[in-house]
Design a binder for this molecule. Sequence first.
Ligand code: HEM
Length: 463
Amino acid sequence: TLFKVCLVHFMWEPFHLTGTEEGLQAVDRLVRTYKHSCSWFLGPFYSLVRLFHPDYVKPLLLASASITVKDELFYGFLRPWLGQSILLSNGEEWSRRRRLLTPAFHFDILRNYIKIFNHSSDVMHAKWRRLVANGESCLDMFSQISMLTLDSLLKCTFSYNSNCQENSSEYIAAILELSNLIIDRRGRILHHWDWWYWRTPEGRRFKRACDIVHGYLVERFMGAKYEEEKKKKVVDFIDLLLLSKDEEGQGLSDEDVKAEADTFMFAGHDTTASGISWVLYNLSQNQDYQDRCRAEVNDLLQDRQTEDIEWDDLNNLPFTTMCIKESLRLHSPVSAVTRRYTEDMNVPGGRVIPKGSICLLSIYGIHHNPEVWPDPDVYNPMRFDPENSKGRSSHAFIPFSSGPRNCIGQKFAMAEMRVVVALTLRRFRLTSGPEKVRRLPQVVLGAEGGLQLQLETLDPPQE
Ligand code: HEM
């Protein structure tokens, strides 16, 4: 493994494919030069293929899960935290988990969470109003919104009212620390080696944070406190996972449920927070689109007693949804996914990717490919007008990946994004912060030093 790691670093460096603004610009240059894919070979044994065209990525993402393997090199660091969960498992093991988890993301379940998204937004906005009134009107969207997404995920997953938007918690601090430590580990070659890593101060911090997160879960759903709370609350993800049974009547073990709960927290909070933050950023740069979204939301809520967005309202925010999709294209929270295949894979032009090669399917590359998206760096929500989407490849826009291993939480995420963006625009005007924004591709796409935006509190519209 260490050899492979060194190899990938060695191949990465000359192309500056690092987690910085310059790294992303280097990908832009690769895409303009090679149009669909490029590869690095070292001797007869190792190769890495980077793909950034929908026609090339499509057969790979749609391939059967039985011949698809998630590469340990990219996903292995998550294993001590997430265990053998849906995100990290392969083959039969994965397919059983996916079948058991899918019902938890059905519309009928998700609609119950809309109230939670509204409430979490209300809490954040009340805090923003206080801060703005005290002269603190320039805020880092990532830190604000990741607390909101954690807050709502904790409620949807465990029915746990953490109050984390107002008070710090050991559990939340541990989750944030784990995400940071994973990035840190990726960047230090020697730390890729398990034996070494667990002896370093960072490895010990990782272990401690994992213990806190795992211990918390045991307390949550084994403890008497939880039994007591369970009597009062709506059905949450944990309830559904505990009840779920396959065709043979077999369910998930307690260990499995814990691994999946950890995975929802990991896969669901930073991604959605990055998605929402970038929408707000893009709208701060395009006041005309921001005004149009605000008018759409105000029209929708006109004559209502409350400001709550309902499940059935989500389809009545077409322009806001187009703005969200265009932001997911331009600033995809997840830049790439990696895979290996146990068979040779055919891609267009009679080309073959040898089995065992690491395939880096570049979501960023596809979304910025000028052959697919003219003027790819321009934020233009009209690209997602149904008229303008005709004839576009099904794989031109894949922020949630696609195929059997696509994002199981995408409807959840789209619903939360629409609620938070709609309510935020109704209540605040957003304009640029003081610094030029430099993108920072890490586990998700962030910005160096945070994403600062200027807020102005708006009065409720006069009906
Ligand atoms: C804007 C928000 C989100 C984005 C952009 C996103 C993106 C993705 C992507 C690209 C993948 C494929 C990963 C891979 O192949 O390695 C994925 C998988 C996954 N996502 Fe999401 N995600 C989001 C929100 C969520 C939420 C809210 C949840 C759960 C509550 C979630 C749970 C998962 C899980 C469990 C998988 C693994 C599915 C499998 O392997 O079968 N995601 N997501």
